[in-house]
Design a protein around this ligand. Sequence first.
Ligand code: SER
Length: 315
Amino acid sequence: MERKAIVIGASGQIGSELVLALRKKIGISNVVSCDIKEPKSSSILKDGAFELLDVIDGEALKKVVKKHEITEVYLLAALLSATAEKNPMFAWKLNMEGLFNVLNLAKDGLVNKIFWPSSIAVFGPTSPKEDTPQKTIMEPSTVYGISKLAGERWCEYYYSQYGVDVRSLRYPGLISYKSMPGGGTTDYAVDIFYKAKKGEVFSCFLSEDTALPMMYMKDAMAATLNLMEAPAESLTIRSSYNVSSLSFTPSQLSNAIRHIKPDFKISYAPDFRQKIADSWPASIDDSKAKEDWGWEPKYDLESVVAEMLDKIEVD
Ligand code: SER
């Protein structure tokens, strides 16, 4: 059967790259991008079909999915950790209702596969901090983490009760140069490159020794596409897979930047996001993803730093 995908939240940090990656894989005419905001006329999203849509509007979503005869949905529209703390009720509404609207499309037989990202935020202060296992204590202390953990339980429920083929990854902080992240606690690891490239001092909102799991966007795209193409019978996790790649502190990242830009300077001014970061793992055990569908990251810290400094565009 021909694949026809829709990426919801297509203008965001992950969405904008996923649209491109999918279009390369299954063809421009087989990938519909969708966002709550109209993209700029120069946006590459405009190369193929675009739909203006609020994912909370289940009926509108259904219409779009029927119109384009969509077979798989990638749901990326969500409020991230820092923004969610500022607007907990809206974060809960968007993150949960969006997921239900998409899960119900599959339950009603309109689409046959779903990708929905979870996050390292599902873990909390009582989870083991190093090499956090796939299955462990999960008591998230952020609104975002609570919504992702609840979402994971619903994904597993829809799989076991209704046979919905939903697949998920617990993304770490994602580092990319095409679109900016927005509202996350790991965003510093992208912002830092813009300052470094401009030759400006970077003021970091996390303390120098805060280690967090991170991943380069190209690895994240490979993980997403591979997971979606894996044979259903090889998947043993229907909540969400741990995936790991890098783990570093702001100080380690700035040292790596200094290898290329020796004059780079960083200062530290931790804010409310420090508490969020402190509640998350420092590193992740992803052996299940390796075992089940052959996950293997390619980028290490040095190659990420070199490519980021080379590719990001600053005015
Ligand atoms: N990058 C996300 C955030 O910081 C974590 O999933 O909110």
